[in-house]
Design a protein around this ligand. Structure first.
Ligand code: FES
Length: 192
């Protein structure tokens, strides 16, 4: 079972990049819904928690503009121990900001001070990718796709490996340029 990242980001200032305009703000009803959805998506006890508060465009930002989301402390990602985190953030469209939306989840791995991130969304049909008990590979329970620890597709119907995401470390926190990619195709094509 993957360990849980203890996230106390609620006390950290929100990291927003680029700065977003404040518009009409919706209420926080999304918070419980998002967390409930996250719980349902977590398979076989891969516990998660990190919650990042940022303003993310409602679109995926296929324009290529980075949207860095703080997802946890570097110190909570132990070398050789993949960690799963969920990404919850405020989403913004032209007129409104919707609080605490579940954007997805991802796997973090660390080697020395280098951190890598891969989306937990299966490239086949979008189920949630989990890690095997020996922590030496990942699998998708829906149609039994298997992935190596570095994300390559090993077996099963997934048309490509796990989608890597850009990562940076800022002030001891891991930040990810969170994006979504089209499912069911071999190319890694961002969803707009
Ligand atoms: S959705 Fe993952 S193998 Fe089908």
């Amino acid at each position: 079972m993957a360990d849980e990242i203890q996230n106390d980001l609620a006390e950290e200032p929100p990291r927003v990049e680029p700065p977003a305009d404040r518009g009409q703000t919706t209420n926080r009803r999304g918070a419980l819904k998002a967390l409930a959805a996250a719980s349902g998506a977590i398979y076989a006890g891969a516990l998660i928690v990190p919650v990042a508060r940022i303003l993310a465009p409602a679109s995926s930002g296929a324009s290529g503009k980075a949207r860095w989301i703080r997802v946890g402390r570097l110190s909570d990602v132990k070398p050789g121990e993949p960690k799963r985190v969920v990404v919850i953030a405020d989403e913004k469209d032209a007129y409104t900001i919707t609080r605490d939306q579940l954007l997805g989840s991802l796997w973090l791995t660390r080697k020395g001070d280098e951190v890598k991130a891969m989306s937990a969304v299966c490239p086949h049909l979008g189920c949630s990718i989990d890690i095997n008990a020996d922590k030496q590979s990942y699998f998708c329970p829906c149609h039994v796709s298997k992935f190596s620890l570095t994300g390559e597709a090993v077996s099963g119907p997934s048309p490509r490996g796990m989608d890597a995401l850009d990562v940076r470390v800022v002030d001891g926190f891991v930040e990810v340029d969170f994006r979504r990619y089209r499912q069911g195709i071999s190319a890694k094509e961002e969803v707009g």
